[in-house]
Design a protein around this ligand. Structure first.
Ligand SMILES: [Zn+2]
Length: 179
């Protein structure tokens, strides 16, 4: 089990940043990483969603049905239903985490039109990535979804995804004490 999931603390400021990122990119999906130390999130790294760029979809690990569907959409439309993290952004973020002695804790992305639940494709990609994190000497991250389905009430949920199985993960939102 990812050791950082059950105790994850996310400051309100980071939650606000997540929602702001999702809103900025809507109707496209946004994506990125959260990192910190000892189960407390301290940093947010935005990663470019390159699914809107030509060619990115073929390189990603979508199943055939999803590929066929995405192939019928314009690059712009694709970014509304899928995300592919820009690898340069990813490595830049990971490099910075190493430099600052932070742990990768969470991979996040938004669902502009859908609930804050991992899609079939999300689960498939997360499962495939299970083997990749150790190769980069990174811990298994939790997955955070931001839903803008109800634009006035963004929904944020955390999951652990392992071997095609999704389980909700609890987290606390840390509100700064009122002075
Ligand atoms: Zn998704």
């Amino acid at each position: 089990m990812p050791c950082n999931v059950s105790t994850l603390q996310i400051p309100q400021a980071i939650v606000d940043e997540l929602i702001a990122h999702a809103r900025e990119l809507a109707p496209h999906e946004c994506c990125g990483f959260l990192a910190g130390k000892e189960g407390i999130v301290t940093h947010l790294y935005r990663v470019t969603n390159v699914v809107a760029l030509e060619g990115a979809v073929d390189a990603a690990s979508f199943d055939e049905a999803k590929l066929a569907h995405l192939g019928r959409l314009s690059p712009d439309e694709r970014a509304e239903v899928a995300f592919v993290m820009d690898s340069q952004d990813m490595f830049k973020a990971v490099k910075d985490m190493r430099k600052q002695g932070l742990d990768l804790q969470v991979v996040y992305h938004s669902h502009p039109h859908d609930p804050a639940r991992p899609s079939v494709t999300d689960i498939k990609i997360a499962t495939e990535w299970e083997d990749n994190w150790p190769k980069f000497n990174l811990p298994l991250p939790a997955y955070l979804l931001i839903s803008l389905q109800d634009p006035n009430r963004p929904d944020v949920k955390l999951y652990s995804i392992q071997a095609n199985r999704v389980s909700p993960a609890s987290f606390t939102i840390d509100t700064p004490a009122v002075r």
